[in-house]
Design a protein around this ligand. Structure first.
Ligand code: ATP
Ligand code: MG
Length: 433
C-alpha cells in the first residue's frame, strides 16, 4: 500500500518527463501562434460548479467525480475537466470587460473515477483551449484548426476529424421528440444506462459504446435534418471554412451531447491506431454555458486533448524525441583535496551557464568515467594528485577522445569560457542542421 500509488494514477519519471515537456512546449507554441494565453485555475472547485457546468445527466457527474467534504463542511470536487472552471474564472475576474474574444489555454491534471486501462486513468492530463465571446463559425474553424495543427506538428498523421452540429435549444427539442419516437419500441434492447437516458438525455444514447445500443440505434433520425435556419447555416459555413483551410473532416451524426448549453458545433479527433481509447480530442460550442453559470449570455467554444493518449500515439509511431546530451562537463576528482578544487570549479562552471556535475560517491577513476559516459557528458575534467600539483588538468572530449590542458589557476576561467563559447557555437550549428 505505502509503496504503490492509488489505482489509475501514474508517476512521470525523469526518463519520461522530457517527453511531457516536449508536448507541453508544442502546445504552448501553437497557442502562441493562435493568440491564446495561458490560464491556471485551481485543481478543485465547488462541487456545484461541475453539477451545473457539466450537467447532472452526464457520465462524469453521475459516476466519475472525486467529491469530498472539506474540514469546513463544504463539498468540493477535483476538477474532472476544465471548461466549467475557466468559465467560472472568466466571470469572477470579469474577463468579459476586456477585448473579445477571450482566448485562453490550459494544461494540467484532471481527475475522473474511470476504469483504468491503457489511455484511461484516474488522474490524467489535458491540454485545452476556450474561445469566449465570438458567435460566428470562423472561431469554430480556428479552434478546430489549432487542435489539428498541434497534433499534426507532432508528426501524427492517421488522424480523423469528426464533426456534427447538435443544434440549439430552439431546434433540439424537435429532434429529441423524433428520436424518442424512434427509440420507444427499442428500449428493451438498450443497456440500463441508456434506458435511464431515454427521458433525461436521449441524445446520449447515440453516443453509447455498448454494442447492443449501437446496433439498435442504427437508422435513427439525424439531427442535421432538424436544424433551425441559424444552426443549419452556421454548420454549412463551418464546413466551407474547414474545406478552404484544407482540414479534412467526416460528418458524424452520432457525435452528440444533448445538454441545453451545448450548441451547434461538436467535434472529436480520433487516432485509430490507439484502439479502444482512440479519442484524443473532444470539443464543441457551449453558447448556453456561461448563462447557466450565472453570467450574461455569452457564446463560447473549446476543446480538450488527452495528453496521455497523445504520448501513446507518438510512442507507437516512434515520434518521441530522443533525450539529448544534457551534461556539458563532468568533473572527476580523486581524493578529498581534489574534491574541494572540483567543487570550486563546479560552482564556477554552473554560474557561467554550463550544465556541470561531479562525482559525489568517491568512485575510482574508471567508475567515474563509466558514470560520465552514462550521463552523456560532453567533456570530463580529471582532477588527481598530479593535476593539482602541476596546476593543470586534462579536459577530455568524450566523443573524440581529444584532450585539452586546462590551467587550474586564474586562467582557468578563460579556458572554460572558450569551452562555453564553443559549446554554444556547436548548439547553434546543430539547430541549423
Ligand atoms: P471517453 O469517451 O474516452 O471517456 P470523454 O468523452 O470522457 O472520453 P472528454 O470529456 O471529451 O472525454 O475529454 C477530452 C479528452 O480527454 C478525451 O478525448 C481523451 O483524450 C481525454 N480523456 C478523457 N478521459 C480520460 C481518462 N480517464 N484518461 C485519459 N484521458 C482521458
Ligand atoms: Mg469519459
Amino acid at each position: 500500500m505505502l509503496t504503490t500509488g492509488p489505482r489509475g494514477t501514474r508517476d512521470i519519471l525523469p526518463e519520461a518527463s522530457g517527453h511531457w515537456q516536449y508536448i507541453e512546449d508544442s502546445a504552448r507554441k501553437v497557442c502562441h501562434t493562435y493568440g491564446y494565453s495561458e490560464i491556471r485555475t485551481p485543481i478543485f472547485e465547488h462541487t456545484d460548479l461541475f453539477l451545473r457546468g457539466i450537467g447532472e445527466t452526464t457520465d462524469i457527474v453521475e459516476k466519475e467525480m472525486y467529491t469530498f467534504t472539506d474540514r469546513g463542511n463544504r463539498s468540493v470536487t477535483l476538477r474532472p475537466e476544465n471548461t466549467a472552471a475557466v468559465v467560472r474564472s472568466f466571470l469572477e475576474h470579469k474577463l468579459y470587460a476586456g477585448p473579445q474574444p477571450v482566448k485562453l489555454f490550459y494544461l494540467g491534471p484532471m481527475f475522473r473515477y474511470d476504469r483504468p486501462q491503457a489511455g484511461r486513468y484516474r488522474q490524467f492530463h489535458q491540454f485545452g483551449i476556450e474561445a469566449i465571446g465570438a458567435v460566428g463559425p470562423t472561431i469554430d474553424a480556428e479552434v478546430i484548426a489549432l487542435a489539428v495543427q498541434f497534433l499534426r506538428q507532432l508528426g501524427l498523421s492517421d488522424l480523423t476529424l469528426y464533426i456534427n452540429s447538435v443544434g440549439c435549444p430552439q431546434c433540439r427539442p424537435v429532434y429529441r421528440t423524433e428520436l424518442q419516437g424512434f427509440l420507444t419500441d427499442k428500449l428493451s434492447h438498450l443497456c440500463g444506462d441508456c434506458q435511464s437516458r431515454f427521458d433525461r438525455n436521449p441524445m446520449r444514447i447515440l453516443d453509447c459504446k455498448n454494442s447492443s445500443c449501437t446496433v439498435h440505434t442504427q437508422g435513427a433520425p439525424q439531427i442535421a435534418d432538424c436544424l433551425c435556419d441559424e444552426c443549419g447555416s452556421h454548420f454549412i459555413r463551418l464546413k466551407t471554412l474547414l474545406t478552404a483551410a484544407h482540414i479534412e473532416f467526416i460528418l458524424n451524426p452520432r457525435l452528440v451531447r444533448g445538454l441545453d448549453y451545448y450548441t451547434k458545433t461538436a467535434f472529436e479527433i480520433q487516432y485509430a491506431p490507439l484502439g479502444a481509447q482512440s479519442a484524443v480530442c473532444g470539443g464543441g460550442r457551449y453558447d448556453g454555458l456561461i448563462a447557466e453559470c450565472g453570467g450574461q449570455a455569452t457564446p463560447g467554444i473549446g476543446f480538450a486533448i488527452g495528453m496521455e493518449r497523445v504520448l501513446l500515439a507518438l510512442e507507437k509511431q516512434g515520434l518521441l524525441p530522443k533525450s539529448t546530451t544534457d551534461i556539458d562537463i563532468f568533473i572527476a576528482p580523486l581524493g578529498e583535496h581534489a574534491q574541494a578544487t572540483a567543487f570550486r570549479l563546479l560552482c564556477q562552471l554552473r554560474q557561467s551557464g554550463l550544465a556541470a556535475d561531479m562525482d559525489f560517491m568517491n568512485r575510482s577513476l574508471k567508475a567515474q568515467m563509466k558514470y560520465a559516459n552514462k550521463i552523456h557528458a560532453t567533456y570530463v575534467l580529471v582532477l588527481g594528485g598530479n593535476e593539482l600539483e602541476q596546476q593543470s588538468a586534462k579536459l577530455k572530449q568524450m566523443e573524440t577522445g581529444e584532450q585539452i590542458a586546462i590551467p587550474l589557476d586564474d586562467r582557468c576561467e578563460e579556458a572554460f569560457d572558450n569551452i562555453a563559447i564553443s559549446h554554444v557555437f556547436q548548439n547553434t550549428l546543430q539547430e541549423e542542421a
